[in-house]
Design a protein around this ligand. Sequence first.
Ligand code: DCP
Ligand code: MG
Length: 488
Amino acid sequence: MRAAPTILHLDMDAFYASAEQAAKPSLRGKPVVVGGLGTRGVVATASYEARRFGVHSAMPMAQARRLAPNAAYLVPRFTLYRAVSDQVMELLGRLSPLVEPLSLDEAFVDLEAGGTADDTASALEIGRELREAIQAVTGLSGSVGLAGSKMLAKIASEEAKPDGIRLIEPGTERAHLAPMPVRTLPGVGPATADHLRRAGMTTVNDLAEAGEAELIRLLGKAHGAALHRMASGFDDRPVVAERDAKSVSVEDTFEVDLHDRVRVRTEVERLADRCVQRLRGAGRSGRTVVLKVRRYDFSTLTRSETLRGPTDDPAVVREAAARLLEAVDTTGGVRLLGVGVTGLADYTQEDLFAQAAGERAAAAPPEDGDVPPEDPGGRAGPAEPGAGPEEAAEQLAARRWPAGHDVHHEIHGHGWVQGSGVGRVTVRFEEPGARAPGRVRTFRVDDPALRAANPLPLVPDPPDYSSWPASRPKSRSGAGAPGAASRP
Ligand code: DCP
Ligand code: MG
């Protein structure tokens, strides 16, 4: 913990949903829900307009549809989110060599290590400039928390949401934390919280006052001692740059346990891709692939496989993770899955076999199915079991033209899929940055003039921040206004 609030935590606001609203002018100010639209789909995120109806991340999609029947329901477009994330991380990298990304839309930055702030005033100034820069470059808003420790910086950004900045003065940590629920502290999940509640502790203050010995008695040595320190406001965890990390891993907890083996496998592959994305983002490669599985009864196991040489090839990591999964019994349900790579190196050893696997993967459909796979014969795989011929046709259309994905029409130009079914696909023709909503037209699903397209940048002509923070760009006319792009 430090005496100056120079640890910054950034978290983009309603990230996927805001990106969709920025890309699709007709959705600005409207409830938008992004997630899996199939029968077992879950909400990835909801715009703040949709949150008013009670929709939130990890909720089953069917429940979201009941709560907000009039919201726009869209399938995620990871290519776009990654592109925006890269822009945000690039800006953060200008503030310090110590940037620790936690996900696509969230990171810690050590401002002191970067020499960009050393007290409350300079930290606030940098935080404000950062929010302005992110808005100008990406068209989206992010919230900033500043404090003397990671834990408090993250709490501060949460309190700043949406579209705000908040600083917690060093010295006030304990008082700030006291009334908060125990779940606020890192490492306290639902099970631990329940355990603590049964021992009569619900607030952070209860934990601080219970004393270290009591928490160790309840939770064991390591967890109890760590929790007592956190509850008392002590948090010395350093900001660790991805390039100094010993491993890179990603994981997902599922609100509803996964039973379907195929779905489990798909999730593992998706996690492997995300893990490699982060690995590559850090310019690293790794030799050991780790799979983590938490089962329905909270039993957690990890399995690992060490490769012949370091890799950053998504196909290689995906295959290794899938092999590890083969040996894990998942009957009964899976609550959490994680994929990690350890044994990191700064380079990829030439591995001709890995290379060949990568080339095969490159010839396959794009990652995450962001652009629907080319499927000229309409062979989009088997329809879900039990579907009649009409439902099967609808599923085929939905798979070929996922709601929210980009399309290009020979005459009408760039647009996105509003919906599809009974042999038709409805497209709204509009581009990011347009002032007014675009027009809607309907086509046959096999219209040869219509094809899948890549996302367009949210801000067509972003200002140049290459000399920031030493000096700020002059043409910041649009900065600060939601969705505004500054143009010459
Ligand atoms: N996400 C997801 N599944 C979850 C939680 C999040 O797929 N269970 C995705 C969608 C989010 C993104 O990660 O847009 C970032 O997660 P956040 O928790 O930061 O949530 P948001 O950015 O959407 O909203 P907030 O404004 O609360 O940060
Ligand atoms: Mg966020």
